[in-house]
Design a protein. Sequence first.
Length: 239
Amino acid sequence: MMTFELDILRQKSAQDVPYRQSFMFETDDENAAVSTALTALNARSVLTDKNGEKALPISWECSCLQKKCGACAMVINGVPGLACDSKLSGLGRVITVEPLRKFPVIADLTVDRRAMFDALREMSVWAENAVAPSERTQDISYEASGCLQCGCCLEVCPNFYAGGSFAGMAGGVPLSRLIEQLSGEERRAVMKEYRRRVYEGCGKSLACRKICPAGLDIEKLMVNSNGAAAWKSLFRRKR
């Protein structure tokens, strides 16, 4: 049996002051994840903290719990990731769990990621008609299609803030897929949007490079899109 202490940064509502509260969790499952612990804690008839005091249920988001939807994104031991993909056995006996910091907190570990989804809608990160990637572009298209829109890349990005014009790679990745799949005027419109909402706001720190829970090669996608939407366009203007 393994015993873990979850030190959770809590907040009753957006207007309340954050506070820390620790909970003990025991399991003999070597594959148990942070999501396992949060689910089990909330399933207790009476939830008590480490000191035995009654506590409110822990607010957090989840959906598939299979590393496919990105809903359970949070900061675990100081690093953004998915609760369902963060095994307790690899995190130490005391585990800090906090909400994503780049988005407004609704309650506890639940945040309002509306700014990210609004940006995706504004950029129209979908094709109007069905398109099939060619053999030349299918590698990039397939890689980009794996984006979970979880917001972890935005959490580590020094240039992103909720409500700003810079969409980060949460917007850049789906746009990179469209750049490869579309042609003609549609492609030019997407490249213009990429330059305005991604390229021009990116400081090229590449903080997002290794943080993606889906394991996407964000640097490859960025280099490919920059080449198509920014550098080639600049070269043509100079000519």
